[in-house]
Design a protein around this ligand. Structure first.
Ligand code: TRP
Length: 349
């Protein structure tokens, strides 16, 4: 069996450092590992429209932003096929056949869908497109015969549902589709990076994100203004590092080399944490170090992004090429699906 990756993001905003440690960084490592036969990275504009149908301009604008974020992080169009979901009509057709294999009750039980419905106040009038997006996500994954899907933790219920649909399709119509598995970051802190305000998740509407495109000044302002331990009032007070976003960020981003370079009086994060917990270490010092770390990581990404943003038509050329290539692959899978279902009535005429 071939090793194939498919993953993607909704273009509903620019990507932030939660996306970076939660998934993008891993994708780049997998891309450069040489262990994969094909890598598809999809900009899920059709999925973004399921909850932004009243604002297609926003989705359109963010396709460019997400493509720039991808390339700035090291996703290389020469190694990975980057494409736009809505260009692949075959995905919609697959979705239509897969919808027969899922019940309404099962979709409503999907924890990610459930949480989003609540967050968006859709409860009373749920758009059908939104409710069925896990089915369309199954089409995205299976169309490319992907066995590996690097995603954030919030996507696990989607993968579970995809596996169920694959099993049910293969059981009914014969072995055709590949069962995918999720690949999560290994570092716990990267699984769910909190917002700078200490809220569980970074979200644009909460204004608690650090974006990959933020300027050096913006990064500094956001880091220096971060929420820490509210009970750590005096420097001498013992502090909590567990629910403290500055320490969670250090867990996700800092290395021993960063300590050598910017804070050599500590060998590593464990020593810094121990000092904070016993008291005598001020938040300012922690934040200054975190700022140095974040600047070092984000500067090359920002500079690459600025360079790429000088030629937007080239970005769209790349997306068109990727989308045409992806479409041919999805068309092949669709024809296998129709054959398995014996609805390929006109094949060979
Ligand atoms: N649901 C993902 C997100 O919210 C985007 C996405 C769409 C996706 N289809 C996918 C991710 C297939 C992985 C595989 O960002």
């Amino acid at each position: 069996m071939k090793n194939i990756i498919l993953t993607g993001d909704r273009p509903s905003g620019k990507l932030h450092i939660g996306h970076y440690v939660g998934s993008l960084k891993r994708r780049v490592e997998l891309q450069n590992s040489g262990k994969f036969d094909k890598i598809y990275i999809m900009i899920a504009d059709a999925q973004a429209l399921t909850d932004n149908f009243d604002n297609p301009d926003k989705v359109r604008a963010n396709i460019t932003e997400v493509a720039l974020d991808y390339m700035a992080c090291g996703i290389d169009p020469a190694k990975s096929t980057i494409f736009v979901q809505s260009h692949i009509a075959e995905l919609t057709e697959l979705t239509f056949y897969y919808m027969n294999l899922v019940t309404l009750a099962r979709l409503e039980r999907n924890p990610t869908v459930k949480a989003e419905l609540k967050q968006k106040n859709f409860e009373l009038s749920i758009p059908m497109g939104f409710l069925t997006y896990p089915v369309s996500q199954t089409a995205d994954i299976t169309a490319f015969k992907a066995n590996t899907v690097p995603v954030g933790e919030d996507q696990l219920p989607m993968l579970e549902q995809a596996r169920e649909i694959v099993r049910s399709f293969n059981g009914l119509y014969g072995e055709t589709l590949v069962e995918p598995k999720a690949v999560l970051p290994e570092n716990q802190a990267c699984l769910r990076l909190p917002g700078t305000d200490g809220m569980a998740k970074m979200s644009k509407s909460l204004g608690n994100c650090i974006y990959l495109s933020d300027s050096a000044d913006e990064i500094k302002r956001k880091v220096m203004g971060m929420y820490t331990d509210p009970n750590h009032i005096k420097v001498t007070d013992p502090g909590n590092t567990k629910d403290n976003p500055t320490f969670i960020y250090l867990e996700a981003f800092s290395t021993d080399e960063h300590f050598q370079k910017y804070l050599p009086e500590y060998a590593n994060l464990d020593e810094l944490k121990a000092h904070y917990e016993r008291g005598g270490l001020g938040d300012m010092k922690v934040k200054k170090f975190l700022n140095a770390v974040m600047q070092e990581i984000l500067e090359p990404i920002r500079l690459r992004r600025e360079e790429l943003a000088k030629d937007i038509p080239a970005v769209w050329d790349m997306l068109y090429k990727g989308s045409e290539e992806a479409r041919a692959v999805a068309a092949q899978t669709l024809s296998e699906v129709k054959k398995a279902m014996k609805i390929n009535y006109f094949e060979g005429r």
